[in-house]
Design a protein around this ligand. Structure first.
Ligand code: HEM
Length: 430
């Protein structure tokens, strides 16, 4: 890996391949020197500081999420002027990417849809889902362990993360194969790649059709199942949403919850396979697994960052932000803020405040799938460790310990592996 030299006025966070592959030097430089920085090329205000990020997360009336999944440039056929451009932005929603997904909604529409969303991910549903997660971990391990080696991202994570959401939503088992076919067969990672993201979004539209059909069926003939609960869910004012509104929310769980969790599982397994001492510690004490996952999220947030745009003039970190300013929140950096985390660049499995990281965001859009993602990672790691006596990196693919070559997603928004080749020794079943 080349050494990344940071010159904040010249390094283009959005196009620099070295920074995309290894963002830590950029994060650490910005945190130390410019926790809030207006980069010169696009005028995007980049927020790495932890407290500054919270200021943004907690002011949805000032910072819109409409451009949440877009890029550094917002191109609208209208001038963004006035003291409050909320209406102008909403009027031009069609110009923003993935504009039908809840993560891009602002209040009051967001508030209504979030209520439906939280009805789908209740603590009761999460508890009921746990046995499925354990069984499914074993099912995928049954497939890959006898081989002694495998490519973990595609052979395990992609399918596992889809089925985890499917079961949470009560999708009947006979439809699971169809979901795997639809969502786990992409030619490559969609993240940060506009063409593939569009293809992915088209697949989501097939999911919309699937859920609209199930909702209409259940509304006509209610059953004693989870899908009926979804079909009969109402907005906070008691009105029944259109089937498509609920279908979008349900489908969004796949969009938001699959690749992100794939990346978390990939990053954690890479660390375990690459660090024999850490692996032994976790093998000796499974209660460390959740802490290890939080520390991994702190230093290697799968979503490096997300966008906002100012609806009202405001100020942050000493900078004046006129309306229409694009802001990028770098969650991956905020977890390394030395004002919050002692020795922030050290990886400490038992760091007491690791869970304060911003990998799941904060405020009204805080990730509702965090408990599911955590459970998926815990069960995967625990069962993998329980059923093997060693897990290591396949050096034929990734090189020796002193010269690892990872296949990483090249994106300023996301981090993780496109492929991760592992080897393992299966425990004697006797
Ligand atoms: C390690 C895995 C995951 C990470 C790192 C992650 C990260 C995030 C972040 C940072 C946000 C907030 C975005 C913002 O404010 O701009 C978010 C929102 C969201 N996440 Fe996750 N997520 C993960 C897993 C999941 C899972 C498993 C699900 C579904 C079951 C899910 C569903 C969602 C949804 C629906 C939203 C939008 C919520 C809203 O707008 O109110 N996520 N996630």
């Amino acid at each position: 890996m080349t050494t990344v030299e940071i010159n904040p006025t010249e390094t283009d966070f959005f196009t620099d391949a070295d920074v995309a592959a290894k963002a830590e030097p950029y994060f650490d430089y910005m945190l130390a020197n410019h926790p809030v920085f207006r980069e010169p090329k696009y005028g995007v205000v980049i927020v790495t500081g932890y407290e500054e990020a919270l200021q943004v997360y907690h002011q949805p009336e000032v910072y819109s999420s409409i451009n949440r999944t877009g890029g550094p440039v917002v191109d609208l056929p209208v001038e963004l002027v006035g003291d409050d451009i909320s209406e102008i932005l909403e009027k031009h929603r069609e110009y923003f990417s993935t504009n039908d997904q809840i993560v891009t909604f602002d209040p009051p529409v967001h508030t209504d849809h979030r209520a439906i969303l939280m009805g789908l991910i209740t603590p009761k549903r999460l508890k009921e889902n746990e046995q499925f997660l354990k069984d499914t971990a074993d099912h995928f391990l049954d497939e890959i362990l006898p081989l002694g080696k495998s490519e973990f991202i595609w052979d395990y994570c992609k399918g596992y993360t889809i089925l985890a959401v499917a079961d949470l939503l009560g999708v009947p088992e006979h439809d699971h194969a169809m979901l795997l076919e639809l969502l786990a067969s992409e030619p490559g990672p969609t993240l940060g790649n506009l063409e593939l993201q569009t293809a992915h979004h088209n697949r989501l539209e097939s999911l919309y059709d699937y859920f609209v059909a199930r909702i209409e069926e259940r509304r006509a003939v209610p059953q004693d199942d989870v899908l009926t609960g979804m079909a009969l869910a109402t907005f906070p004012d008691g009105t029944l949403p259109q089937p498509i509104e609920v279908a979008r929310i349900a489908s969004n769980l796949f969009a938001a919850g699959q690749e992100t969790t794939v990346q978390l599982m990939g990053i954690t397994l890479q660390r375990i396979a690459d660090d024999a001492e850490l692996q032994e510690r976790l093998r000796q004490d499974f209660s460390l697994i959740p802490k290890f996952i939080e520390e991994t999220l702190r230093v290697e947030a799968p979503i490096k960052g997300s966008f906002r745009i100012t609806k009202r003039p405001t100020e942050i970190g000493g900078l004046d932000l006129p309306v229409g300013t694009v802001v990028m929140l770098l969650n991956g950096a905020s977890g390394r803020d030395g004002r919050i985390f002692e020795n922030p660049t050290e990886f400490e499995v038992e760091r007491p405040n690791a869970r304060q990281h911003l990998a799941f965001g904060r405020g009204i859009h805080t990730c509702p799938g965090a408990p599911l993602a955590r459970a998926e990672a815990v069960f995967t790691i625990q069962r993998f460790l329980e059923r093997t006596s060693s897990i290591s990196i396949d050096e034929w693919h990734h090189g020796t310990a002193d010269a690892r070559e990872w296949d990483l997603i090249s994106s300023y928004k996301f981090r993780g592996h496109t492929h991760l080749y592992l080897e393992y020794t299966v425990k004697d079943a006797s």
